[in-house]
Design a protein around this ligand. Structure first.
Ligand SMILES: *[C@@H]1O[C@H](CO)[C@@H](O)[C@H](O)[C@H]1NC(C)=O
Ligand SMILES: *[C@@H]1O[C@H](CO)[C@@H](O)[C@H](O)[C@H]1NC(C)=O
Ligand SMILES: *[C@@H]1O[C@H](CO)[C@@H](O)[C@H](O)[C@H]1NC(C)=O
Length: 366
């Protein structure tokens, strides 16, 4: 009995040593190190390391799974050779630590993806380790963002802005001259900027800004035009002048789209003639000034004048009374001679003679 007790442990120890030496001889390859996730900028150079233990007699490959190609796997290198047509890729092998280093020069957007170091250990068996590579991309405003809008008073309008880039850009809004946005602040964050009840004051330029900390950021200027019916206002609603002198009736119009403008007296449309001269001056898209000059006033030219503007959204008008005064009112009566009736006709004669001279000169030339 005693001898049997001593031999059994010896056998077990021998068996254990035996199996250990067997494993040692046929060690399976392993990946003992792989680079950490990479976030890189366009133009950078990138280095990806894969340390393969006990893999001397196995093919070690760097492959890539591209998000843009449905994660299809493309082989970049096999062993110590690059197997894709590229002059930006290189493979370095260091036999001291059995590391395969994949170098990629001048990173581009297409280099984004998962890089996989892969060892084929048998016909149907592989081991691998992955390194995701993310490329920082400055924001670019997407084409589906609003370019400009034309809306009308009282309507609801939404301006949209999207941007690509990595990291995902933050979209924010501002207005020209830091005017207030619908949230009553100068700044709004989000893709959609909605104005619930458009007013005239909402017109102008809006800025959509996309920023992700890469590069300068991107900006789009979005023009918002608001259509509204004309609003007509008199410069002065009572204008006085003495007989035989000139008077100017001023009228300010705000409208969009641009209105047609008419002056009336006693229900009759006024056209330019020897007593009337209409000047219209467009200050901006929405502001127009119109002036009716009444020349060498006669008794019948006193009375009520109407300045009227109309566009597709409506009509508006204002009245200006021209009444007789004993005194000569300046301006325009006291302006340079030109505006006084006598001087005006002198000027006319001068003009006519210069036209005649011009004609005779051109005849000589022929
Ligand atoms: C606009 O385009 C961007 C990028 O191309 C996309 O992410 C977004 O979903 C699109 N938005 C709409 C509303 O179509
Ligand atoms: C912006 O509007 C689009 C479509 O009009 C909608 O799909 C999206 O959810 C909106 N975005 C936000 C942040 O409200
Ligand atoms: C012109 O417009 C103003 C402001 O909208 C309004 O108060 C006024 O009654 C209008 N006048 C006419 C004659 O339509």
């Amino acid at each position: 009995m005693f001898t049997m007790f001593t031999t059994i442990p010896v056998l077990i120890i021998l068996a254990w040593f035996d199996s250990f030496s067997l494993i040692n001889a046929q060690r399976n390859p392993t990946i003992s190190f792989i680079s950490k996730d990479k976030v890189v900028n366009i133009g950078d150079n990138l280095e990806l390391k894969c340390q393969a233990q006990d893999a001397e007699s196995y093919p070690v490959a760097w492959t890539k799974l591209s998000p843009s190609a449905d994660q299809e796997q493309v082989f970049i290198s096999k062993g110590q050779s690059i197997i894709i047509p590229s002059n930006r890729h290189q493979i370095l092998y260091d036999d001291r630590d059995s590391t395969y280093t994949l170098l990629i020069e001048k990173i581009q957007e297409i280099d984004v993806g998962i890089y996989r170091c892969e060892i084929t250990t048998a016909v149907n068996t592989k081991i691998w380790a992955d390194v995701p590579v993310i490329v920082r991309i400055p924001p670019v405003i997407a084409d589906n963002s609003t370019r400009s809008v034309i809306t009308a008073v009282g309507e609801r309008v939404t301006l949209k802005c999207y941007a690509s880039g990595y990291p995902t850009p933050m979209i924010s809004w501002r207005r020209e001259k830091n005017r207030l946005l619908p949230n009553q602040m100068a700044f709004y964050k989000g893709n959609n900027l909605t104005i619930d009840h458009v007013t005239k004051d909402d017109r102008g330029t809006y800025y959509c800004v996309a920023d992700n900390g890469v590069g300068q950021g991107a900006r789009r200027n979005i023009g918002v035009e608001v259509e509204f019916p004309p609003f007509v206002r008199a410069g002065r609603s009572l204008v006085k002048q003495a007989l035989q002198y000139d008077a100017d009736l001023h009228c300010h119009i705000e409208a969009f789209p641009s209105p047609s403008i008419q002056w009336y007296k006693d229900g009759q449309v006024i056209n330019d003639n020897q007593h009337y001269q209409i000047n219209t001056f467009v200050r901006t898209d929405e502001f127009i000034d119109t002036t009716l000059r009444v020349r060498r006033i006669e008794k019948r030219l006193f009375g009520i004048y109407v300045c009227q503007a109309n566009n597709k959204l409506g009509t508006n008008q204002t009245m200006i009374e021209l009444s007789e005064s004993v005194n000569i009112v300046c301006p325009p009566a006291c302006d340079v001679g030109f505006y006084i009736s006598g001087a005006a006709s002198y000027h006319h004669q001068f003009l006519s003679s210069s036209i005649i001279i011009f004609i005779s000169v051109s005849i000589v030339w022929r």
